[in-house]
Design a protein around this ligand. Structure first.
Ligand SMILES: Cc1cc2nc3c(=O)[nH]c(=O)nc-3n(C[C@H](O)[C@H](O)[C@H](O)COP(=O)(O)OP(=O)(O)OC[C@H]3O[C@@H](n4cnc5c(N)ncnc54)[C@H](O)[C@@H]3O)c2cc1C
Length: 492
């Protein structure tokens, strides 16, 4: 028995936006592992479990999603996946036509945390191509909702996935990969007892499917040679930040080096080699926008933050979350009036500007977070050409409904995933982490109609909060379009 029945339980996500959901909890464990084929008994047990349950089944990772994406229906079955965290080399399992490097691809079980994954790779001289700004998610959780950083030439985390192992019921043990990018050979499929589905449309639909296609047991992920990130950061006014973002990309989506050199005068890096671009805005202070540009470098000498014990300030949801964790969940209840701008100021005051740069490995640049509770967050995906008008809508709304948080803006290349929220040719992702209080909900609820009224097309991150409780299906259809939704539903 590798799936343990924990009986009826109450399930709460990490940030307590879903509390005490009654569910049946089951935990998956690995069989004693020697080879890939050792996983077969677990696959068979899972196939049987799926067929034996009549209600909805949902696998979950680290419970970091603030939306209901990771939760089953009330009294449904939830599968804890985090113990499935092994890694296998793929050298002997690669198809002759695989065009990647055998040294830069591995088979990762779905429950491995992004942190453990990066640690594993770093110890062997490799690193993930990108990840979110914090790293406590599981691989499957992160990929299934379209988690991204700001590596605008790489895209979101799912772009590094080239195959996935999914169980959908008895006799439905599948390895899915693109027809246009074959990866594994028959020996691999035999080891897992899996049937291959080689089809681009199916692969792209399954990639971001938030637990609704089946239980994902593993992925084949491609990665890079290890690197450090060298970060340059400046504080500028809202107006300067807007001009920077407007001018950042040429019509062909190449980087406009002038936009970077105007802000970072004297930078010795080739501006167009930038890897990560991010802008954080305190909506209550027109002088407080922070532009961060990071470069990948093979120089492994670390140059730490000025205050190494302070918060690096790369992930606003983490900074807001830490502040609220310290102050307590009830904090939001008395956060009103002048205290709201003061709170946002406290958050952005932690964003460290260290000249000329900070140089750190990915795992130190984006620190782990243990913050729980008391925060809310949504994340918009918009076309980068709409950035100024969207910031204007946000600032106008903030003047009537003060927002107890910050606007965190990142740029992400278009995804291949059918329902990935980074769907625009260059998606500008605007994360709005705020304190858990009525005013934050009011801000979010008024934002969606305000964007619609301004004619700004947007999507929402599947792992953050959303407005899908009413007319969700129609909203998804209008945001992603009939072709994408019909394709995704047909594949499912
Ligand atoms: C502090 C914090 C920082 C964050 N930073 C970022 C960021 O920088 N960038 C960003 O894009 N997002 C960010 N997010 C959002 C976060 O990355 C996503 O919500 C992510 O999905 C969480 O991963 P998880 O492992 O907790 O998955 P969960 O929340 O547990 O699950 C997410 C989805 O994956 C599905 N799933 C999980 N495992 C499996 C499996 N084995 N098989 C099938 N389906 C599965 C679940 O059903 C669910 O639909 C952040 C969230 C927090 C709380």
């Amino acid at each position: 028995m590798y799936i343990i029945d924990n009986g009826n339980q109450q399930w709460t996500n990490l940030h307590r936006t879903i509390i005490n959901l009654p569910i049946k909890l089951k935990t998956l464990y690995n069989p004693p592992i020697t080879t890939l084929a050792s996983l077969k008994p677990l696959c068979i047990e899972l196939e049987e479990l799926i067929d034996s349950e009549s209600g909805r089944i949902r696998a979950y990772g680290a419970r970091w999603s603030l939306s209901s994406a990771a939760s089953a229906d009330s009294n449904g079955v939830m599968l804890e996946m985090a113990n499935l965290n092994q890694v296998f080399r793929m050298h002997t399992y690669l198809d002759n036509s695989y065009s990647g490097s055998a040294d830069r691809i591995r088979f990762f079980q779905s429950g491995i945390s992004v942190r453990a994954l990066n640690d594993f790779l770093n110890a062997r001289g490799y690193a993930l191509k990108t990840s979110g700004a914090s790293d406590g998610q599981t691989l499957a959780g992160a990929v299934s909702t379209g988690t991204h950083g700001a590596a605008f030439q790489v895209g979101a985390m799912q772009e590094s996935v080239v195959g996935l192992h999914i169980i959908c019921g008895k006799g439905k043990n599948y390895w899915i990969e693109r027809e246009t990018y074959p990866v594994v050979n028959q020996q691999f499929l035999d080891a897992l007892g899996a049937t291959a589905i080689r089809n681009d449309e199916i692969f792209n639909a399954a990639l971001v499917s938030f637990g609704s296609f089946g239980v994902i047991l593993a992925y084949a992920v491609e990665y890079d040679v290890i690197y450090n990130l060298e970060m340059y950061r400046e504080r500028v006014s809202h107006d300067v930040a807007k001009v920077f973002m407007e001018q950042l990309f040429a019509p062909d989506l190449s980087l406009n080096s002038n936009a970077i050199t105007t802000i970072f005068q004297g930078i010795t890096k080739s501006p167009t080699d930038a890897h990560h671009i991010e802008v954080d805005i305190n909506p209550h202070d027109a002088t407080a926008s922070f532009i961060s540009v990071m470069y990948k470098t093979q120089d492994m000498t670390e140059v730490p933050f000025c205050n190494p014990s302070g918060v690096p300030g790369n992930e606003s949801i983490t900074v807001v979350g830490k502040a609220v964790s310290i102050l307590g969940d009830v904090f939001g209840n008395w956060l009103t009036g002048v205290l709201i701008p003061q709170f946002s100021g406290t958050i952005t005051s932690q964003i460290q500007i260290c000249k000329p740069f900070v140089r750190l490995p990915r795992g130190k640049m984006f620190d782990p977070t243990y913050a729980t509770g008391g925060i809310l967050s949504i994340e918009l995906g918009i076309n980068h050409t709409n950035i100024s008008s969207t910031v204007d809508v946000l600032l106008a709304l903030n003047s009537t409904i003060p927002f107890a948080g910050v606007f965190a803006i990142r740029f992400v290349k278009q995804t291949h995933a059918t329902l990935g929220f980074t769907k625009f040719p260059m998606t500008c992702c605007i994360e709005l982490p705020g304190v858990g209080c009525d005013a934050t909900y009011e801000f979010y609820n008024n934002l969606y109609p305000a964007l619609e009224a301004a004619g700004i097309e947007f999507t929402l991150h599947w792992g953050q909060m959303n407005d899908y409780d009413t007319n969700g299906a129609a909203k998804v259809r209008s945001r992603w379009g009939d072709a994408a939704v019909n394709s995704w539903l047909a594949v499912r």
